[in-house]
Design a protein around this ligand. Sequence first.
Ligand SMILES: CC(C)(COP(=O)(O)OP(=O)(O)OC[C@H]1O[C@@H](n2cnc3c(N)ncnc32)[C@H](O)[C@@H]1OP(=O)(O)O)[C@@H](O)C(=O)NCCC(=O)NCCSC(=O)CC(=O)O
Length: 373
Amino acid sequence: MPVYLTGLATAVPPYEKPQSLVLENARHLLGPKFPAFERMAGSFMSSGVEKRHSLAPLEWYLEPQNWKTRNEMYLRAGKELFIEASRKALLEADLRADEIDCVVTVSSTGIVTPTLEAQAFLEMGFSQDIMRVPVFGLGCAGGVSGMAIAQRLAQAKPGSNVLLVALEGCSLSLRVDQLTKADIIATVLFGDGAAAAVLSATKPKDTNFVIELAPGHQEMWPDTLNIMGWKVEEDGLGVVFDRSIPDFAAEHFRDVVDRTLDALSMNMGDVDRFVCHPGGTKVAQAIEDALDLQPGALDAEREVLRDFGNMSAPTVLFVLDRVLKRGAQGNMIMCALGPGFTASFQPIAVVANEASNKRNATDLRKREGTVNA
Ligand SMILES: CC(C)(COP(=O)(O)OP(=O)(O)OC[C@H]1O[C@@H](n2cnc3c(N)ncnc32)[C@H](O)[C@@H]1OP(=O)(O)O)[C@@H](O)C(=O)NCCC(=O)NCCSC(=O)CC(=O)O
């Protein structure tokens, strides 16, 4: 039984920062504490990131923060973003919040219990018997793995509607006490954002096309725990992301894609578009090379990186949103790498809707002019 994507929306927090401003403040804040800062400063401008959004205003990052203040900001600003992304996705799906049976919240950049979907319960108007599935720790793979979890949950209960929300406040982990090169590169790349998707086990009737989701596929490489993750430290989370990630992708991504396609009974020729998480320019390049894609094939990926930075889990859903709104059809494979080290894949097919009874209805995949820019 297929599952259908009936709503997809993105949201970014209100504080927009051009990369030149991030560099200026990083130089002021981190430069005096990290002797090699100037040697790495060029990466701010060569990273492909032109701007990003953050959950907190600039002044917040200039003050010392700790576990309590970071998580207070995550709760306050994250809840607002959760609500905005969810409401937009529900509008797309033409559903009320109380028609959602299950909500999957994917987030690894803050800790709050009860989790965000419970914090937003009243404002959202969720039903009292909603099933809550908070998922922590998937990192950059969270958008794809979250979609795969939501797909399985929707498939398990005919007639149900599942809301997926992927939300990250990567910038809240900025550290000025224990600086490493990885911390500087994280400041170069990471931003904050959220995306929400509505999945339904009921076929939409009033669209020309439907977006079908088959079960996803994941693989974890043994003995790769140190490539990506969080270290829990005195004043917050410390970023773990190894400089080997682009080389790792260049060496191993093709093999895992081939095994995934086998598992999905597909081959390369069946895939019309890979929809990838753009972890950084070097990762995007490594994926393009590994898959023998045409130069520029990952155009939407580079645009999302340019406009929002690497927002971890929601990033790939921003890419999917652009790709669908530009009218993509056929078979797509959404993919991302994340802590584990894990590769996660979600097949998506945009196909004509034979059951359509409203030929002129506005399709999710055709709403021009509403892409975040
Ligand atoms: C950030 C960049 C655009 C910067 O490119 P540049 O050409 O300007 O610079 P560069 O690559 O030479 O790096 C500048 C200096 O930083 C160091 N450096 C780079 N990445 C580092 C890392 N992860 N940890 C520690 N140091 C690192 C380099 O060795 C070099 O130091 P020295 O000069 O001393 O040698 C690129 O490095 C990049 O795209 N890297 C990939 C980022 C990445 O791993 N993203 C994935 C996040 S996880 C994720 O999102 C999952 C996924 O991708 O699916």
